[in-house]
Design a protein. Structure first.
Length: 131
């Protein structure tokens, strides 16, 4: 587990460095990456996607909304809930985040075999399900 924690910190540092001009926190990068290309999501859906508690996610969403990257719309199906949608500038930022994530993933996993990748995905799934 410590190796996973170290790897997570190295990954977040690499992403923060490549996206430094956007001035995003790791939590904001995570939220934008998970909102990208998905249309409007509820807070609970984004919470599940990011692995972030809704109460923690609220502060991240507030910051993204203040920056003009995100809008909150009342959910027509459940007026007590909000749908989170990227604005035009949020879509641009999310695309940059997605590209940075894909580039890092491509570099990091390029030399792994199909069996190694399958094992990696199996471990990640097991850890997510255990938590």
């Amino acid at each position: 587990m410590l190796a996973l924690q170290r790897t997570t910190h190295h990954t977040l540092h690499a992403l923060s460095t490549s996206l430094a001009d956007l001035g995003l926190t790791a939590a904001e990068i995570n939220a934008l990456a998970n909102l990208s290309g998905r249309g409007a999501l509820s807070v609970s859906q984004l919470s599940a996607q990011t692995g972030t508690k809704p109460s923690t996610l609220t502060n991240v969403l507030d910051r993204l909304e203040r920056r003009g990257y995100l809008s909150r719309e009342v959910d027509a199906q459940d007026r007590r809930s909000f749908r989170l949608a990227l604005t035009e500038s949020g879509t641009v930022a999310a695309h940059r985040v997605g590209t940075a994530v894909a580039d890092l993933q491509s570099r990091a996993l390029a030399d792994l075999s199909a069996d190694q990748l399958a094992g990696f995905h199996a471990v990640m799934t097991a850890l997510q399900e255990a938590c």
